[in-house]
Every structure is written in structure tokens, then in C-alpha cells.
Ligand binder design. Sequence first.
Ligand code: ADP
Ligand code: ZN
Ligand code: MG
Length: 479
Amino acid sequence: MSRQEYETVMGLEVHAELSTKTKIFCSCPTKFGAEPNTQVCPICMAMPGALPVLNEKVVEYAVKAGLATNCEIERNSKNDRKNYFYPDLPKSYQISQYDKPLCKKGYIEIETSQGKKKIGITRIHIEEDAGKLNHDEFGGGSLVDLNRAGVPLIEIVSEPDLRTTEEVDAYLKKLKSILEYIEVSDCKMQEGSFRADVNVSIRKKGETKLGTRTEMKNMNSFRSIIRAINYEIERQIEVVDKGGIIEQETLRWDEVSGKTFSMRDKEDAQDYRYFPEPDLLTINLSEEYINNIKKSLPEMPESRKQRYLEEYKLSEKDAGILTSSKYLSDLFEKASEVCGNYRAVNNWIISDISRILNEKEMEASEIPFTAEHLGHLVKLIDKGTISSSIGKKVVEELFENQKEPEEIIKEKGWIQISDEGAIKEIVQKIIESNPQSVMDYKAGKDRALGFLVGQAMKETKGKANPQMLNKMFAEELKK
Ligand code: ADP
Ligand code: ZN
Ligand code: MG
């Protein structure tokens, strides 16, 4: 049967690293990228007798995430041990939450080409991250780095409400955007701060029972998630079409071959032998505590977009792009404040900056320059110090080199030529060396003027002031 005769069903478990300064059960720092095993202590190394103490910020951040995704908040939540053996998990159990997660029964709204749709959030719970195995670095062995052990995570489990890869993409982007707005996670996918387990199944259209799912773990790029889902759907259809059955299993997605491989049979929940963590207290939350967090929630993407439509009269599309990311919209607001020209700032972000981000496969959070840099660049163009075509080169340069735009253009010799004498000299030179175009212009071919201006720009490597060139050519050609 063809793909059209099947419905595809996806549900995601997203792990987001919380941006607390310290770990979930000890006071070790969480900063990414330190030398291996320099951010560890007896608690996160699991020395016998060491006792965990819950970091209050973790609860606050998780409740924030729950409220921002319309969840109910559990007043009497608790931690549980999830037991499994793996060399990156020094205690041989992970402290997580089982039957009383902090948040449950929420939803987020996504928008695709099919319109708006609510995707259910089953639960959000807190847990600790594991360490990291570094393979093959020293002659074939594996070494464990426990810096990440005990870094706080929230796991956001969706209902199996997703039906297309477009919906999956929209869901992940919306969720990431929400977490960035409420500033509980930096969501840097390259650093593993935002990663998803992707569950996929198929069923015949019209069937109400869910099919057996397979799960692909720890995916951290939008592109591979979409590729992996498409591959997995085709694979499952082929198995079913040949009369086979789908085994519930955990798969590994291989980016290079573009295929999934079986990792292991799916453990059932009881295999983890969950039981309440005896070394931690229940987490009792008061109404007042929850209300205070509710009040502290910032402006969210939708209301910010609405404000941009009204306050700045931006187009629906531009306002949507800017507010889809907190980083982009903060950049827009701060740079506009610096230069006072929000239209120009909007244009730079929507066109050149977005294009470069795409080309470099970078996220908005990784933009290396500041809002001041961008604001100052717009000012230089508005003052006529540089043309906007030089501005494009400055933006490219800002991605490589975070200097003041003023310094960049001085160093590169990109300052616009606006000196009347100098412009006149160039204009005369171009007129002399292009007699045919001059005759064309005088014979009424206005287009020839554009050609001459273009030649002058080429001669000055884009540095001549274009308005002055136009004016000067018109004057000189009248003579
Ligand atoms: P586990 O933690 O063992 O993987 P969960 O019950 O927490 O299992 O569910 C994991 C995810 O799988 C959820 O996001 C859920 O929506 C999704 N899911 C469950 N059943 C299916 C299915 N038949 N097809 C696709 N996704 C599913
Ligand atoms: Zn520690
Ligand atoms: Mg799972």
C-alpha cells in the first residue's frame, strides 16, 4: 500500500537542560565546555554516603515551564529512582520523577500550513542528566566525564498528537521558543541542551488504535529529526506491507547512512524498578508560590507578535519571524533603541542576518555580535558614512569578528566617498572612458546613466555615495 493509505503518529520526549548556575543535587557549576571531571563532587560522583539536596531553582524553572505550557501544577510532587546500569551513570540509578511529576495535562498551540492545532503535553518532570562517555580518544578505550552528571533537566512528554513532520517541526520550534522566552534553558542544540526522543508509529487511516511505536533517542538537530522520521515511516510501511509486524524497540539514527539501526528491545517501565527516592523530601508547593511564578512570566511569543503588529506596524510575516525567537526579538528591540531606526533593523535581521544564520546552520542564540554593534551599523548607514552595500559586508564581517562597525570600516578602508571633489573626479574619469554610453544617454537612453553609475561604483569598490554619483552624473552629462 502507498504512504497515503497510512496515518503516521508521533509523540516526542524533549529533554531541556535548565540554565541554573549549579547542579540539581549539589553545588557544582553547570557551565558547558570545562575540562573533563573538573565540575564534580562526592554527590555527583556518587560516593557512598553522599546525600542529595534539591536545588530550589530547578523546581521554580520546571513550574515556570509548566505554567507556560498550560499545565496543571502538582502540589505534592516527589522524586523517584529510575534504576539502570550504564557506565555514564555512577549511582546506577537516575533521580527522576515517576508517578507524581511536577506538571501535567498541558498543551501548546502550533501553526502549520493546515492551520492552528493544540498538541497535548502529557507531563513535565525534573531529573538529573548523566555523564558523558568519550570513546576512542586514548587508544580505543572509553573515558567518562562526569561534568554533566547531575545537570538539571526537564523532560517534556507530548501526547501522540503529531501527525506530520511539519507538525513535529512546528512543535519543536514552538516549545524551544517558549523555553527561551521564559529563560529556563538556553536550548543550544549543538551543546545538547535541547534534544528529543522521537516516537513513531503508523496505522491504517480510520484505525483508532495506535500502532506499535519505535523510538529514536537523543536527536539534536531539526534536520535529522525530520529525515529520521521520514526514513522510519517508509521502513515501517515496508515491513507492514510485506506482512510483517513492527517490533517495539529503540533505534539509533545514523546521520551518515541516513538509516535507523536497532539498539535494544524496549524495556518496560517496571524494568527500571522505579521507587521513591528515600533521601529527598516531597516537594510541597503552596498556592502563593505558584501564583508568584505565574506573575513572573514574561511576555510570550504571541503577545509580543501582536505588539509588533500594533506598535511597529510590521508585516505579519516579519513580526512572526522576529518573535519566533526571543534572541531575535531582543536583538531587534535593543538595536532599534540604539539607532532609532527600527525599519532598518527589521530589514537587516529578516534579510541578511537570517540568511547568514541559515548558511552557517547557526541558531539565533549563537549570533556572536551585540545589539549595539547592529545599532551602530545602522547609524553609520543613516549618517552616510557607508552605503548599504558596504553595510552587507560589515554584517558578514561581524559574524567573523566582533568589533565595532566603525573600526571594521576603518580597518578595511570601507568609508564612503562623499567628498564632492573626489566624486567629481571619478565621474569625469568614467565619462571619459565610456564615450558610447555618454552618447547613448544624450540620445535619450536613460538606462545608460545606470550603467555609468555602476561603473563608478565598480571603480570605487562600492564606496562612492550613490546619491551623489547620480546627481553629479546628471549635472556633468548636461554640459
Ligand atoms: P517511555 O518513557 O517508556 O518511552 P512514555 O509512555 O513516556 O514511554 O511515552 C513516550 C512517548 O511516546 C510519548 O511522547 C508518547 O506520546 C509517545 N507515544 C506513545 N505511544 C505512541 C505510538 N503508538 N506512536 C507514536 N508515539 C507514541
Ligand atoms: Zn557535584
Ligand atoms: Mg521514551
